[in-house]
Design a protein around this ligand. Structure first.
Ligand SMILES: [Zn+2]
Length: 298
């Protein structure tokens, strides 16, 4: 099984302004680290078309993004900001996600989409938390359109994937497992939020031993897949749960992403996996975490 990485050069041009943690240096560090890995091909994807966003998002949301882009950029909320290149970054990123799904679906191997802006806070009609559109749910819907009806989304970003949950919590064909810091922004993701029985939240305080985060996420994963076998797996792969991240207080190291990725492969050996980049705000550490995840996918 050969892992493939998909990216788009436009993702490095989206810039939310000086001092913003979701900065271009993140993706540059990730791509540099991935390019140095042996036997991991990097593919520049074709951008998605705007219409493809409608698989997940409302026409009103697309119209807002279109109008903001036409104005040369602007703030969608206090910390979700488009510049003149954000539209191309967004469509390039979605294109990379969709091509990653196509590769994994075809059975050649697993895939990773090295993209920004991230996606898991975006809901059907709203950009939020650095996220314009929801890459993970776009990936899930693409898998479903290819005939893989049951899709599991695992979100190990330190923040709750509130946008993802909102998009799937009424849809039993998708299951959502999320480990996240609590209480912490965006202040959702309580264990009692179960959707239609398809949501498995693991809220945890900061500062625990990394093995405990891994164990607790795994227990939720086992519960989610006990009597339900997914036909595809999407990982909302944030790396801001690593020790030292300025936007979280978890304690993971790159090896924990390797361990989690290996366990996912062992538990679901015939299930295609697509990882899509979410958070992680120390570029050098982020790059090491991504490399560990991608190597374990290969
Ligand atoms: Zn995050």
């Amino acid at each position: 099984m050969a892992v493939a990485v998909y990216h788009h050069p436009g993702c490095a041009l989206h810039d939310a302004g000086p001092g913003h943690p979701e900065a271009p240096g993140r993706i540059l560090a990730v791509l540099e680290a991935l390019a140095a890995l042996p036997a991991v091909p990097l593919h520049a994807a074709q951008p998605a078309s705007p219409d493809q966003l409608l698989a997940v998002h409302t026409a009103d949301h697309l119209a807002l993004l279109t109008a903001t882009h036409a104005a040369g950029g602007g703030a969608l909320d206090a910390d979700t900001i488009m510049n003149a290149h954000s539209w191309d970054a967004m469509l390039g990123g979605v294109g990379a996600v969709l091509e990653a799904v196509g590769y994994a679906h075809a059975g050649q191997g697993h895939a990773f989409a090295a993209v920004r802006p991230p996606g898991h806070h975006a809901s059907a009609g709203r950009a939020m938390g650095f996220c314009l559109v929801n890459n993970a749910v776009l990936a899930a819907r693409r898998f479903q359109s290819l005939g893989r009806r049951r899709v599991l989304i695992v979100d190990w970003d330190v923040h709750h994937g509130n946008g993802t949950q909102a998009l799937v919590e009424h849809d039993a064909s998708v299951r959502f497992v999320s480990l996240h810091q609590s209480p912490w922004w965006p202040f959702t993701g309580a264990a009692g939020e179960r959707g239609v029985g398809n949501v498995f939240n693991v809220p945890r305080p900061p500062g625990l031993a990394p093995e405990q985060y891994v164990r607790d996420l795994w227990l939720a994963l086992e519960a989610a897949t006990k009597d339900w076998t997914p036909e595809a797996l999407v990982v909302s792969a944030g790396f801001d749960a690593m020790a030292g991240d300025p936007l979280g207080g978890f304690t993971l190291a790159p090896r924990h992403y390797r361990i989690l990725t290996e366990r996912l492969r062992e538990r679901m050996p015939d299930v295609p996996i697509v990882g899509t980049l979410e958070g992680g705000y120390v570029p050098g550490r982020l790059a090491k975490g991504v490399a560990a995840h991608v190597l374990a996918l290969g």
